[in-house]
Design a protein around this ligand. Structure first.
Ligand SMILES: Cc1cc2nc3c(=O)[nH]c(=O)nc-3n(C[C@H](O)[C@H](O)[C@H](O)COP(=O)(O)OP(=O)(O)OC[C@H]3O[C@@H](n4cnc5c(N)ncnc54)[C@H](O)[C@@H]3O)c2cc1C
Length: 572
């Protein structure tokens, strides 16, 4: 088929789509689609220009940067997923007074959806840099736009709207892509080969079969079995330039400690980059509700907290890159050179080690058989979707296990919480323990440990547990197993010159001095959060003796930046 014929067929498909658009608008869900008042519209006119629209105009195109803030003055616009493809669908409809776009307007990420004029009229087009200037001048307006965009992203993630991932729920590579997309809050729709007839239909239309999956469909691109790095590059998540320059500060790890360091570093004028091997948010992003973080009385999901922090860091000019796993660090010409898993390097004057802890795996035989398909180390909407209607076993007597059991009880058919402690509030906050005790949907197994997993072909059927008080074995039905049994520090990438404690956590300040000969040398003592290697600091869970909480990690990230300044000033 010629390019002209394909274009004609596509435009025919779009006309058909618009012909089927129902009347009305999408309701304003949770403040996602507010209508701007007349006075605000008049004020915005001074910052942009009026433009007439005709039916079929594409104002925002999937895959293109969102560099204009559009406000509808008259007419209607449809927000379309997969525009011009066989599975295109209208996901939202907007009328006069509403503004278009998604978080990409603020982050310079390419658009995930297309906005097409259904009923002609007029729009106000404001360049994004002017929108930013106006938002800085009028914080209330800036907040309204930011909040709407955050809710739009949150709704899209929850409803499964965006680019398409096609594969089997039982495939390890498909799960890796889905998890990467979810952790990085990339809106996407998962088409499961096991249950969704559209998945096979789409594959056939592309001349592909199930063996070609997983595939990613985005704009007019087809990525066949892409790596997470390819996916990240397609969505603009890697921003380290050519690696030729020397940064003032590189933060390794974008959990709460690393993100706080990036915000304070960049806002105080340091050329700052923040890297993560997986996604922003760290452990915090593995929970759907943090209730003890200052300023959020009704709680906030770790994913949203991370998203807000990334926006804030980028606003001040910090660069971020995922997936960028650091595998080594060495000194060269008075700088620290970080080495990445993909072979790249980045030089910097100072480093903040904020690599936190990685999950501890359950020590049971045969875990690998199920790990890629039925074992999870997080409890967010993506895991909840996987567990709908399933019997689930949650392992872990800390706050993370308790939060997961409560969250999953809304989706799963049965939830069993297995803890080795003799009392539920032994290692869990009292408020959580009380809620679980009074929740009839959760069956608690105290002084119990997991001994065996049963199932076949990567599909879990039961978890065999042992009561450590009476030695009784029990078989708990389970399709999914959620594990929250703490973590081990992510420090294997650090050179020997960074002293660690016996558990592998990074020593700082006086402890670092005591552990090395640095205290006996003529050089200055390490600063409070400085490691035994001058110019390298540590913050958050990875630091020996730190309080393992979101607030303290963020606090230490901010404090470490103060010490980076002191170090740089002394080195001048
Ligand atoms: C499920 C769960 C629920 C929780 N709930 C709460 C709560 O309600 N309240 C509370 O206060 N605390 C809670 N916590 C604890 C809290 O999340 C942690 O204390 C906090 O996240 C620590 O932040 P951090 O930045 O120090 O490290 P982390 O959050 O561990 O982040 C470290 C980051 O570094 C990255 N990284 C590691 N190694 C490398 C490398 N070599 N290269 C590049 N990147 C790397 C990781 O991918 C990760 O993103 C919870 C923890 C979990 C697991």
């Amino acid at each position: 088929m010629t390019a002209e014929a394909t274009a004609a067929q596509r435009s025919h498909g779009v006309e058909q789509l618009l012909a089927d658009v129902p009347p009305g608008e999408t309701p304003d869900l949770s403040g996602a689609f507010p209508r701007l008042e007349e006075t605000r519209l008049r004020e915005l006119e001074a910052w942009g220009e009026r433009r007439p629209t005709t039916r079929g105009d594409v104002l925002i195109a999937e895959g293109e940067p969102e560099d204009t803030f559009f406000v509808l003055l008259s007419g209607r616009v449809a927000v379309v997923e997969a525009l011009g493809t066989p599975d295109q669908r209208v996901v939202r409809l907007h009328g006069p007074g509403r503004f278009l776009g998604e978080l990409g307007v603020l982050t310079a990420q390419p658009a995930f959806l297309s906005d097409v004029v259904v009923d002609p009229g007029e729009v106000l087009a404001v360049p994004v840099d002017r929108l930013r200037a106006l938002a800085a001048r009028e914080p209330a307006f800036g907040d309204l736009v930011l909040r709407a965009y955050l809710v739009r992203r949150w709704l899209a993630l929850g409803e499964g709207i965006g680019f398409r991932i096609i594969g089997s729920r039982y495939s390890a590579t498909t799960r890796q892509l889905r998890e990467f997309a979810a952790r990085n809050r990339l809106p996407h729709r998962f088409l499961d080969l096991e249950t969704d007839p559209m998945a096979e239909q789409l594959l056939r239309s592309l001349g592909l079969g199930p063996d070609d999956t997983p595939i990613v469909l985005y704009r007019d691109r087809l990525l066949r079995d892409p790596s997470t790095a390819e996916l990240a590059a397609a969505f603009g998540l890697r921003d380290l330039g050519d690696g030729g320059e020397i940064c003032d500060l590189v933060v390794v790890g974008a959990g709460p400690a690393g993100l706080a360091a990036a915000v304070y570093g960049a806002s105080e004028g340091l050329d700052t980059a923040v890297l993560d091997g997986v996604a922003p948010g760290g452990q915090a992003a593995r929970t759907s509700c943090i209730e003890n973080y200052l300023g959020f009385p009704s709680g906030i999901s770790g994913g949203e907290l991370a998203e807000r922090a990334v926006l804030q860091a980028e606003k001040f000019g910090a660069r971020r890159s995922v997936p960028s796993e650091v595998v080594g660090m060495e000194e060269r010409d008075g700088n620290h050179v970080l080495q990445f898993a993909d072979g790249g390097e980045l030089a910097t004057r100072t480093v903040i080690v904020a690599s936190g802890v990685r999950v501890r795996r359950l020590p049971v035989p045969g875990l690998e058989q199920f790990e890629d398909t039925c074992v999870y180390y997080a409890a967010t909407p993506i895991e909840a979707q996987q567990c709908v209607g399933d019997p689930v076993v949650v392992v872990g007597g800390g706050n993370s296990g308790g939060q997961a059991a409560l969250f999953l009880a809304d989706q799963a058919a049965e939830v069993r919480l297995v803890v080795m402690e003799h009392r539920l509030d032994e290692n869990m906050s009292r408020y959580l323990a009380d809620r679980i005790t009074h929740d009839p949907r959760i069956e608690v197994h105290l002084h119990t440990v997991v001994e065996e997993l049963e199932g076949e072909g990567g599909r879990l059927e039961a978890v065999v547990v042992n009561d450590t008080e009476n030695g009784e074995r029990q078989r708990l039905p389970a399709r999914d197993l959620m594990v929250f049994i703490g973590g081990v520090p992510s420090t294997s990438w650090l050179p020997d010159s960074v002293a660690l404690d016996s558990g592998g956590y990074v020593l700082t300040g006086p402890d670092a001095r005591r552990a090395t000969e640095r205290g006996d040398s003529d050089g200055p003592d390490p600063l409070l959060l400085e490691t035994s290697l001058p110019g390298v600091f540590a913050a958050g869970d990875v630091r020996s003796g730190s309080v393992k909480r979101v607030a303290s990690a963020a606090g230490e990230g901010a404090m470490a930046v103060r010490m980076v300044h002191e170090h740089l000033a002394a080195a001048r």
